[in-house]
Ligand binder design. Structure first.
Ligand code: 4AD
Ligand code: MG
Length: 430
């Protein structure tokens, strides 16, 4: 019977065959321990000299790292490993031998590993991070489906900027200039007027020259948008969504979290409602914490976000930022014209902003005024203005950055390890 490592529990006491690669091995004169991986999991295969043919034992002793094999044997319980099962090997068939695999069990530098990302993905830790990423993706679809959202796909090639023109990748679009999308939001607002509650999930691109552990050039964003919804109501959806994905990883990725040595207790504390502070309060907290130079009106950087997050063991919303440091479409606070109805959600443990969201301006005249102030008179933005002409409604939405969320939940130090093939300031290979 042919099966995969993630299904061996169904075959306890039975003989099965698994297609696998050799991740690592240990052997002595009488026994060989093969660390097998097949992409669905990692499992030990035990080859006892006395129990197999001489040929099989010789192969077990000499097979090289990352060679591919068909391994046959009986599945038994193994209470010492977190996986819980191992194989008592009876037969090994070599498919293809690997010579001088560059990533050995010893330590390697990050640049070396990034240059070999196409192979590094096979390693146990990288595998665990990608499985957590996949779980967050699945939980995202489940959550928004359960909450009555329709998935709508905005275009990637666009004629206008959503977040500000300095971060755009230009490309020629026949006779026109086009840009790679930095956010699908403007299109999602159109979609919300057609489908009420919508979300998108796709790649976005930022040509910003940031070289931090939180910035990718290409990253994936989940962007929900809701008609007839206030800023407050949007915050409630955000915290429920984040709680849902954390719970789903805790439930379904226990082995991966164990592999990554993630502190589970910190994740178990993530329960809505999350604390909320205003930008003004954040400024006071920062001054108290020794950021003497911070002035009202300045944007927060990573050290500021980390300092604020330290006071909480939950994600924290910072709301009501000054209008001048936020995007043109954000709705002003009706009680105070210099701040907008927005929030950034800051993850605990120093992982920084994982969500940016706001209520959107729904008043046509105010939006026209913003168009003047931000010089958005070009043809590319006309359709967006029409959403305010034909049955405008209060609406709000947000964007969650997938990789920063994966980094936080999996405990990865840098977002480059949270996407299969990262695009960074100095990296387009592999
Ligand atoms: O705060 P941002 O720029 O918000 C928007 O793009 C809005 N249009 C979203 C919306 O309201 N529909 O980006 C949202 C999130 C950030 O909180 C962060 O998690 C992630 O996207 N993000 C990045 N992740 C990795 N690398 C980068 N360079 C990122 N820039 C933003
Ligand atoms: Mg932001």
């Amino acid at each position: 019977m042919k099966t995969t490592i993630n299904r061996v529990s169904e075959f306890l006491g039975q003989e099965v065959t698994i297609g696998a690669w050799l991740a690592n091995k240990r052997s002595s004169g009488k026994i060989a321990f093969l660390q097998l991986r097949d992409g669905t999991g990692f499992m030990q295969g035990v080859v006892v000299k006395a129990a197999v043919t001489e040929e099989v034992f010789q192969l077990a002793k000499t097979v090289t790292q990352e060679s591919s094999l068909f391994v046959t044997g009986t599945i038994v319980e193994d209470s010492r490993s977190p996986f819980g099962y191992e194989m008592q090997v009876t037969k090994i068939e070599l498919i293809a031998s690997a010579v001088d695999y560059p990533i050995t069990p010893k330590e390697h530098g990050t640049e070396f590993l990034m240059d070999h990302r196409h192979l590094w993905l096979r390693s146990k830790k990288q595998h665990a991070i990608m499985k957590i990423r996949d779980q967050i993706i699945q939980a995202t679809y489940q959550f928004f489906d359960k909450e009555g959202f329709t998935k709508i796909d905005p275009p990637i090639l666009t004629g206008a900027a959503a977040e500000g023109t300095t971060e755009l990748f230009h490309t020629q679009y026949f006779d026109e200039e086009a840009y790679l999308s930095q956010s699908g939001q403007l299109y999602m607002e159109a979609a919300a007027m057609a489908f009420n509650r919508v979300f998108s999930f796709g790649p976005t691109f930022r040509a910003e020259k940031s070289k931090t552990r939180r910035h990718l050039i290409e990253f994936w964003m989940i962007e929900p948008e809701m008609a007839f919804v206030t800023h407050e109501e949007s915050l409630a959806v955000q915290e429920q969504y984040v709680q849902y994905i954390v719970e789903s990883v805790l439930t379904n990725c226990a082995l991966e979290l164990h592999t990554l040595e993630r502190n589970i207790d910190a994740l178990k504390k993530v329960k809505a409602p999350f604390p909320r502070i205003t930008y003004d309060q954040a400024i006071d907290i920062l001054k108290e914490k020794g950021f003497a130079d911070i002035e009202w009106g300045e944007d927060f950087g990573a050290p500021h976000e980390t300092a604020i997050a330290e006071s909480y063991d939950q994600p924290v919303f910072i709301t009501h930022y000054p209008k001048d440091i936020k995007a043109f479409y954000m709705k002003p606070d009706p009680e105070r014209d210099d701040v907008v109805l927005c929030a950034d959600l800051i993850a605990p443990e120093g992982y920084g902003e994982i969500i940016g969201g706001s209520a959107r301006i729904d008043d046509l005249e105010l939006m026209e005024q913003r168009y003047q102030e931000h010089d958005l008179s070009g043809a590319a933005y006309q359709w967006y203005l029409e959403l305010r002409k034909f049955g405008s409604v209060p609406h709000a939405g947000f964007g969650l950055g997938l990789e920063r969320t994966v980094a936080w939940i999996s405990g990865a130090e840098h977002v480059r390890e949270t996407i299969p093939f990262p695009r960074l300031l100095n990296r387009l290979y592999p």
